[in-house]
Design a protein around this ligand. Structure first.
Ligand code: SF4
Length: 234
């Protein structure tokens, strides 16, 4: 399986220590993507190597997070890993762009996911502007499947001042359903579209102001995530 790296984290699965596995490759080309190296990384790890990493940290781990890239490109590998994670009694989280609803359905049917973090990049009809592909309907389908399955869902949007207006974010919030909605701070270093390196990183206070504006339109917890303050509940 293509795995760009792993890291132990206390912030990726709230209140839980987790081993985060970053799967490489992604078919999208989000202009603000800062995982550029991961998109092309050809490093591989076997399931046994991943299993050994899980086993060696198991005493202090609560969860395994599979992130990317777009991990669902390697769904067989996710199934193999999450089946093992469930066997050893840890929790599972998947980070995804949601563009493969059928693969999400497969994971949900197997009862292998406890928590999904879904990137909703803009309103569903406007995806091409951000990702280069009209995949909004697939992302919506994934969101609906996760909600129908009763799995904990967090939706995240990376807010880029030159790509999103405040109205875009308010409209987006009107289209989504989840337990948590997080507005993430855009980072302008090492991004896919070099033009975005000149765009100023939004100030966390402005992000909090935006989050307070969208809060009345969202039935759930609203958060802001920034480099300066980490996660803040609004
Ligand atoms: S931001 Fe995520 S979905 Fe977009 S290109 Fe990067 S890895 Fe893929």
């Amino acid at each position: 399986m293509y795995v760009g790296g792993t890291v132990i984290s206390s912030v990726e699965f709230h209140g839980n220590m987790s081993l985060v596995i970053f799967m490489s490759k992604c078919p999208l080309a989000c202009r603000y993507c800062h995982n550029v190296e991961l998109l092309e990384d050809n490093s591989e790890k076997s399931f046994d190597e991943i299993k050994k990493e899980i086993d060696s940290s198991r005493d202090f781990l609560d969860a395994i997070v599979i992130s990317g890239g777009e991990p669902l490109l390697q769904n067989d590998a996710i199934i193999e890993i999450f089946k093992y994670v469930k066997e050893v009694g840890l929790k599972t989280k998947l980070d995804t762009s949601g563009i493969y609803p059928d693969k999400i359905r497969e994971l949900l049917d197997l009862n292998l996911v406890d928590y999904v973090s879904l990137d909703v990049k803009t309103t569903f009809s406007d995806y091409r502007k951000i990702t280069g592909a009209d995949v909004g309907d697939d992302v919506k389908k994934s969101m609906d499947l996760i909600n129908d399955a009763g799995v904990h869902l967090e939706i995240r949007t990376t807010y880029v001042p030159t790509l999103h207006t405040e109205k875009d974010i308010i409209d987006l919030v009107g289209e989504i359903k989840a337990e948590v909605y997080t507005i993430q701070q855009f980072r302008n270093k090492n991004v896919l579209d070099p033009a975005l390196e000149k765009v100023e990183v939004p100030n966390p206070h402005d992000l909090a102001k935006l989050a307070r504006k969208v809060k009345p339109y969202f039935d759930g917890i609203v958060k802001v995530k920034s480099g300066e303050f980490g996660e803040q509940v609004i």
